[in-house]
Structure formats: C-alpha cells, structure tokens
Write a protein that binds this ligand. Structure first.
Ligand code: BES
Ligand code: ZN
Length: 460
C-alpha cells in the first residue's frame, strides 16, 4: 500500500523548506535572452542538478552551445511505465523594471502569492515535481515507476540546445509519457489538463532605407520612410477581421471540431470578465470564432516590439535609415514554422514598397501539439490532479507554446500530459509575475500522487 498519509504529513511539515528552496531558485536571474547572464544560467542549472541528486537521482549536466540541460533519473522499474518530466529553469527578461512593486529576483509573498520573475513560468511549477520525488525519497518510499527529468535553460528562446542534442540523447530520454507543468488551470479553483498548445514562428523584420538617417525637412516627401513602410507591411499581414494574408497560410490548419466547440462553450467563459481582467475596452479577433477558440485553436499574428528610429527624449526630425519589428505567428496543428517562414518571404516580395529592402531574420519556431485524449495516462493524471486540488480537472487547450514538445513526441513516440498549476492572470512574461502559494503546495501534492496513479493506469 502506498502511504499517502505519510507523504501528506511530510509535505505538511515541509511547507516552509519547500518555499525556501523555491525562493533560492527564484533569486537566480537566469534570463536566457540576456547573453550577459551565462554565469547565472550555469548557477541555475547547477542548483536544479543539486536538488535532483539530493532526491537520490543519478544526475548530470549536459553541456551544449548555450545553457546546459539538466538530466536525472531514478532507477528503472521493470514492467512499469517510464515518465519524463520536462521543465525549464530559464525565465523571460524582467523589464520594465520600474513596474515591479518589489524587485523581480527578490521573491516575496504578497496576498497569498509568490511574486518573482519565474514564479509561475516555470521555476515554481517545475519544482513541484522535483519536490514530490524528494518527498518519496525522504519518506523512504519506493517509486512505482522510473522517473526521468529533463530541465532545460532555453525554453523561452526556442530550445536550440535541446533541439540540437535531441538525436544524441533520445535513447536516454526514452519514455512512455512526458509530464509538463508549464501552463495554467482553467480558472482559480478550477484545475485543468491541457490537451493542446499552439506552435510559434518568430522572426525579426528589418526594413532598410537610406544609407544614413536623413534630415526629414530636407528629404521628407522624396524617399520611402522605413518606419512607414514597416507599418504598412505589418498592418497588411493581418486584416482587421483577423485573417492572415500570407499565401497558403491556412492550407494545413486543422479545423475546430464541433464537439470541441461544444465542450469549450460549457466552460462558462465570460468575455466581459476577461476584458476587465486585461484592462481592455473590447476583445477583438478573427471573425467567426469566439474568444476561447481564437486563443486555443486558431493561428494569429502579433508584433512584440518595434526597433530603430528616434526613441530618446524630446524630438529629432529624421527619416530613419532602418526600422525593425519583432513579430510572431502563433500556429495550430498542422502548421509548420519553416513553411510559414517561406510564406512570409513570399508575402514580402509582393508587399514591400519601392525604395526599401526587407530583411527577414528567423529567430525560432516550434509546431503546435494536440495530445492524445485517450492516452492510458490521462485517467491517472485526472485522479492525481483531483487529489491534489480537491476538484476534478476540466480539459482545455491553451494558446501558449512549448516549442520543443512536438519534436520530443516525434523523437520519443510517447504521450504527453500537460498539467499546469498556474493561473491566467499570473502575469507570466509581465511585471509582478506571481504563483499562488497554495497552488504551489497543491501542485506538489498532485505530483506526489501522480507517480502512483500513472503506474496504476497501465496495470488496470
Ligand atoms: N509556459 C509558457 C508556455 C505556455 C504559456 C503554455 C501559456 C500555456 C499557456 C512557456 O514558458 C512560454 O512562454 N513559451 C514561449 C515560447 C516562445 C518564446 C518560443 C511562448 O509561448 O511565448
Ligand atoms: Zn514563458
């Protein structure tokens, strides 16, 4: 018999030490986008590796051309499934710093939440699995299946190191199911199992005009302004009714099925509440689809930042020599980010105004995923989440991306369980990111049950 009461007692008695450990990790500014933070990436990788070895796992750092991968495993259990826990120790940049109520890398508890960069995405969520395995170890309990951990440091930048290493380490990663906690519950008090994620194709566009900035009085009206050319291109990519104009863009899109639409309609989503949460006067998007459908199952296009031109104090009358934009397309199954890159280039051939040249830089990409809802592990996950959160989870899809998941599923021929403990309003990628303290503890409890139920799901 698995001694859940003993595990629960252990988890109850170790609430403070668990929080202290998360705080330690949150204090490491492991921002993968920032090339000056390499030492911090190493520290974070080492920290995760240390915790896994303390939990009794055979642990190693796998170096690559970028932040190291942390790999660890418990001993094999013959005849039982193998689980691979995937997560990331890197975080998004913390700026704009002035909008944080407390410094991003000095975690605090505020109004029942752990506030720090990476609290929900993904250090807090990822750690729930490390701590639950540590709990089994500390209680002297033998795990009913083999657990492998792969924690990377580049998820927020497109997982280049892992992508490059995947063929070489695929044998070590062999598993029946990948478990990932890097997403959200449906709502506060309503946990969820996510069965779909969108993919992404991320680019930087650079529009080059005159060979140097020009006085806009002397030259304005006689040349194409790169900022205006860029603005025109960006607004032409997506029409006001939300349709993307790249040639062939929708050809491979898997359409929404009626049963999914019906299931999501029963979730009771409120546009009014959502608009209020976001502080916007209206919700907009592709015609013919409601908000959940637009976010979970339809592709879209967004601009993340505009580059070049005069950004300083006061005025400066120039025609900039160049302007740029960071842009991305969110993709759905079966769109392919490489094909989208070709479609973007084809679109630009026909939509670049005369007098400027457009350069496309591929930043990163990943395909979307839809999980097998009939996987034998799904029922085990449902039970574990229900026992951790005292509420039965609902099935949802999400709009975010974990770019490497589709590739891992292809390489390892395994199932995936996306069981996120975050909330939609956690402020991931935004100032004052938070993770509900009680959900951290509930997540550890759900994870501590998961190993048992996953082993049971194949026995049955
Ligand atoms: N945790 C997110 C993915 C996510 C977000 C899943 C929301 C479900 C809901 C992940 O860390 C992330 O932010 N990924 C990036 C990937 C990109 C930078 C390549 C994303 O989605 O923008
Ligand atoms: Zn993220």
């Amino acid at each position: 018999m698995t001694d859940f009461a003993g595990l629960d007692r252990y988890l109850e008695n170790n609430r403070q030490t668990h929080l202290d450990q998360l705080f330690e990790l949150l204090r490491i500014p492991s921002v993968s986008a920032d090339s000056t933070k390499r030492a911090e990436m190493d520290r974070a990788a080492q920290w995760v590796a240390d915790r896994l070895s303390r939990a009794g796992l055979k642990t190693e750092l796998i170096p690559g051309d970028g932040p190291s991968l942390v790999y660890a495993e418990t001993p094999p259990v013959p005849g039982q499934p193998v689980v691979l826990v995937y997560g990331h120790y890197d975080v998004q940049p913390a700026d704009p710093l002035e909008l944080w109520k407390s410094p991003p890398f000095e975690p605090v508890i505020r109004e029942g939440n752990i506030v720090a960069r990476g609290s929900t995405d993904d250090k807090g969520q990822m750690l729930t699995h490390v701590l639950s395995v540590l709990a089994w170890h500390a209680c002297g309990m033998k795990l009913p299946l083999q657990i492998k951990f792969l924690i990377e440091g580049q998820e927020e930048q497109g997982s280049e190191v892992l992508e490059a290493k995947l063929p070489e380490i695929a044998k070590r990663l062999e598993c029946d199911v990948i478990v990932i906690s890097d997403s959200s519950q449906y709502a506060k008090g309503q946990p969820a199992i996510t069965y779909g994620l969108r993919g992404i194709a991320y680019f930087e566009l650079r529009v080059h005009g005159p060979k140097a900035d020009l006085h806009s009085g002397s030259f304005g009206g006689a040349v194409t302004n790169p900022a205006l050319a860029l603005a025109r291109i960006l607004t032409e990519i997506k029409t006001p009714d939300g349709k993307i104009q790249l040639p062939g863009f929708y050809d491979s899109v898997v359409p929404l099925v009626e049963s999914e639409r019906a299931m999501w309609n029963s979730l009771g989503f409120s546009d009014e509440k959502f608009a209020e949460q976001l502080g916007v006067a209206a919700l907009t998007g592709e015609v013919g689809y409601n908000t959940l459908e637009r976010r979970w199952a339809r592709p879209t296009f967004d601009v993340h930042g505009l580059l070049g031109g005069y950004q300083g104090e006061g005025g400066k009358t120039i025609i900039p020599s160049w302007n740029g934009a960071k842009i991305s397309f969110r993709l759905v199954p079966n769109q392919d980010p490489k094909t989208v890159g070709q479609q973007l280039r084809a679109f630009l051939k026909d939509h670049t105004p005369p007098g400027v040249r457009v350069e496309v830089i591929d930043l990163h990409g990943g395909r979307g995923v839809v999980v097998n809802p009939n996987s034998p592990y799904m029922q085990g996950a449902v039970k574990a989440v229900e026992e951790g959160f005292d509420v039965k989870p609902v099935l949802i899809r999400e709009g975010g991306s974990i770019p490497i998941v589709a590739q891992m599923v292809d390489a390892l021929h395994c199932d995936v369980l996306l069981i996120g403990w975050g909330l939609d309003d956690d402020g991931a990628h935004s100032p004052n990111e938070k993770f509900c303290l009680e959900d951290f503890y509930r997540g550890i409890r759900a994870s501590s049950r998961l190993w048992h139920h996953l082993a049971q799901s194949v026995v049955a």
